[in-house]
Design a protein around this ligand. Structure first.
Ligand code: CIZ
Ligand code: SF4
Length: 324
C-alpha cells in the first residue's frame, strides 16, 4: 500500500510523496553522504525499519564508535545523541528533532550533582545514562539499565549516590553490596510510572503461560509480578532465547515491534498499550529525511563538558563484560 505524505520538500517540484519514495530518498542520501541511521528500541516502527542498527543507548553508542560513517543520524532522545557525540568527536552526530528530550534526565541538573557531592564527600556518584551531559561531567561513572548493579559494585566507596531514576537506584541497591542513595530522592520516568500491578495481574490470568518482562525503571511493586527484570537489550535477548511463546512486556511499546519482528512465532502483549514516550516518537521518517538532506541538527556540546563527561562514560565501557 502506498501511503501519501503531505510534506513539503524545499526546492522540489512536488509537495507530496509516498512512503516508498521517501524511503528511497533516505537510502540514496545515506549512500551519498556516507551516513548511518541509529534508532533506539523505543522509536516508531517505521524509523526502526529504516535504521542500520536498532538497540539500547549503550549498544547505539558502541555502534557509533565502531562505524566508519562520517555522519550519524541518531534517532533517540537528546542524552543518547549527546553520549554518541562525546564518544565520537571526529564524527558528525545529527538528531532529526531537537525537542526529543528526556523529562527524567532534566530531574537532575548539574548543580544538584555538585550539591550532593559536597553533602556526601566520601561517596561516589553513578549516573544513569539518562542524564544531561552537564550532569555527567560531575559524576564518577555512567551506567545503563543493563549494567547499573555491576557499575555500582565497582565503586571504591561504601556509599554510592545514584540518579536520576530512583527506581533504578533501588534496583541497584537490591542487586549490589553498596548503600545506594537516590539523587534526587524521587526521580522517575513518566512512561514507566504508567504500569499498574492489578492490570498486569489480570493479563496474567488471561495468559497464564506468558512470561512477564519488566523494565527496572518501573516501580518495585511491578518488579514483584515479573518473571524477568531487565533493560530493553536484556529483554530482547531473553525473548529470543526463552522457551516461552507468550510475553507480557512492561516497557515503552516501541520495543514490541522489534520483538515481534525477530520472534515471529511468539505473542507479545503490552502490559499497557499506551506506554508511549512521546519524546522518542518525535523522530519521523520525514524528519529523518530532512535531517540527512540539510545535515541538521548537529549535536554540539561545550568542549569542557565533552572532556569531563568522557571519562565516566569510558569507565562504563571499560567495565562492560556483562553487556551486549
Ligand atoms: O539505556 C537505554 O537505552 C534505555 C533508556 C532503556 C533501556 O532499557 O534500554
Ligand atoms: Fe526518558 Fe522515560 Fe522516555 Fe526513556 S522512556 S526517554 S526515561 S521519558
Amino acid at each position: 500500500m502506498i501511503v501519501p505524505f503531505s510534506v513539503r520538500f524545499r526546492g522540489e517540484e512536488r509537495n507530496t510523496t509516498s512512503r516508498s519514495d521517501l524511503l528511497e530518498r533516505i537510502q540514496r542520501l545515506k549512500r551519498e553522504k556516507k551516513a548511518v541511521i541509529l534508532a533506539h528500541n523505543y522509536q516508531r516502527p517505521e524509523v526502526q525499519d529504516i535504521a542500520d542498527f536498532v538497540g539500547d543507548s549503550l549498544e547505539l553508542s558502541l555502534c557509533a564508535m565502531e562505524t566508519n560513517a562520517e555522519i550519524i543520524v541518531f534517532c533517540g532522545v537528546n542524552f543518547m545523541a549527546e553520549t554518541a557525540a562525546i564518544l565520537n568527536p571526529d564524527k558528525r552526530v545529527l538528531i532529526p528533532d531537537t525537542n526529543a528530550l528526556c523529562p527524567m534526565a532534566s530531574m537532575l541538573p548539574a548543580d544538584l550533582v555538585r550539591l550532593y557531592r559536597r553533602k556526601y564527600p566520601g561517596a561516589k556518584i553513578v549516573l544513569y545514562i539518562n542524564s544531561l551531559a552537564e550532569a555527567k561531567a560531575y559524576c564518577d561513572a555512567v551506567c545503563t539499565s543493563a549494567n547499573a548493579p555491576e557499575i555500582v559494585n565497582r565503586m571504591d566507596s561504601e556509599m554510592v549516590l545514584f540518579g536520576p531514576d530512583a527506581n533504578l537506584a533501588k534496583y541497584a541497591q537490591k542487586k549490589s553490596d553498596k548503600k545506594v542513595v537516590p539523587i534526587p530522592q524521587y526521580g522517575f520516568c513518566p512512561v514507566h510510572k504508567l504500569f499498574d500491578r492489578d492490570s498486569i495481574m489480570l493479563l496474567k490470568q488471561s495468559y497464564p503461560d506468558a512470561e512477564v518482562m519488566v523494565h527496572p525503571e518501573c516501580d518495585p511493586e511491578i518488579w514483584e509480578v515479573a518473571d524477568f527484570i531487565g533493560s530493553t537489550s536484556r529483554m530482547y535477548r531473553e525473548a529470543l532465547t526463552s522457551r516461552a511463546d507468550k510475553f507480557i512486556v512492561a516497557t515503552e511499546i516501541g520495543l514490541l515491534h522489534r520483538l515481534r519482528r525477530d520472534r515471529r512465532d511468539a505473542t507479545f502483549i503490552p502490559a499497557y498499550e499506551e506506554a508511549i514516550c512521546v519524546n522518542m516518537r518525535l523522530h519521523t521518517l520525514e524528519k529523518v529525511y530532512l535531517c540527512l538532506r540539510d545535515e541538521k541538527y548537529e549535536v554540539r556540546l561545550p568542549q569542557k563538558i565533552v572532556s569531563r563527561a568522557r571519562e565516566p562514560i569510558e569507565f562504563m565501557l571499560r567495565n562492560r563484560e556483562t553487556q551486549r
